[in-house]
Design a protein around this ligand. Sequence first.
Ligand SMILES: [Fe+2]
Length: 465
Amino acid sequence: MSSSSSSVICSFVIILALFFNSLLLCNGGKTSIYVRKEEKTVDMPLHSDVFQAPLGYNAPQQVHITQGDHVGKAVIVSWVTQDEPGSNTVVYWSEGSKEKMKAVGKISTYKYYNYTSGFIHHCTVKNLEYNTKYYYVVGEGTSMRKFWFTTPPEVGPDVPYTFGLIGDLGQTFDSNVTLTHYEKNPMNGQTMLFVGDLSYADNHPNHDNVRWDTWGRFVERSAAYQPWIWTTGNHEIDFAPEIGETKPFKPYTHRYHVPYRASQSTAPFWYSIKRASAYIIVLSSYSAYGKYTPQNQWIEQELPKVNRTETPWLIVLMHSPWYHSYNYHYMEAETMRVMYEPLLVQYKVDVVFSGHVHAYERSERISNIAYNLVNGECSPVKDLSAPIYITIGDGGNIEGIANNMTVPQPEYSAYREASFGHAIFDIKNRTHAYYSWHRNHDGYAVQGDSTWVFNRFWHPVDESQ
Ligand SMILES: [Fe+2]
């Protein structure tokens, strides 16, 4: 055989091998060919510009807002004053109006090991008009600070609305890039759905709560102007018996309030809101969820209340993902999945967003609810009544990227990539939403992954076809 013909055969064999190998690896969906350069993620130093306190004596800092009722006509305004309690009043007015209104809030402080917090203010501004820009002022004298927000449109089935998505943000240089990319994204997120793990203060000695303050100052540039909807992650627990801190969620619950009572919840870790055409259910991966527990009782009563004729889009947020395929936290949420997945499929949840795994992944519509201990049916199967599961714990925190994936890619995984980024869920009407994920290393308008999402109640068609 000539050397040229043997090299042709050799090339053919290699190509064939590569083909079968790719078949094996592409068992599931797509693993991105983009490989993020491995580098350390470090917290920005305390003197960073993004952490600077505002000028002025006792000036309000760490200003942030969230929805303050069940339907979007109220806002909780929160801030911290460092020197003295100061004014607990929010002065607000709608754009173009000369009439200024006032709401009075409450002030609290807490101690954590050797740290004492500043004066933490929470004030609910109620009876707002829908779809209206409001200005608001906190603080007094020369230290007054002015911000603004826009209320959502009235709840209704075809109201377009654009949600941003970030998880596991932390306060590293990468976190700063993630937040900037979200702010500069031309798709203009109107409300942030934050899927847990905020400051990562607990990665510092004795859970240094100064890092809760720096985080509050860092995100103010977004969170003071649009509501961030909060989910609790494991980095909110701050359970540290070795330093005498045995009350879980102490810093988080003092600093971040949510309107849980408005949805008949009995704790701030699970609750719901309606916003525009979406019904958003927030669950807690770190509160009891077994049979007879408060969270279980709540979700069993909550899901039947969702009226898809009023809010077609049913979105669930929780920190720990049920479906992903990275070798980190794998199956950590399995017991919660076993408990709640049948409900989510029964009530046709459109999409579930989670964090916790520091990478990005989108699943197919699948469920794993047929198993009953004896029938052996324990593999996820395609299920058009099931949600899409999106893991978006790639905010860029101090713990770094999760780049170790299970191989081959499981069938339930549609797309995965170990890069930092954020996402946008853009509701167009009752049938269609456009979802896109944006990696930090790209330009602001670039979409690293995207898909149309078809509503499970109004248009339950397979998007993957
Ligand atoms: Fe986490």
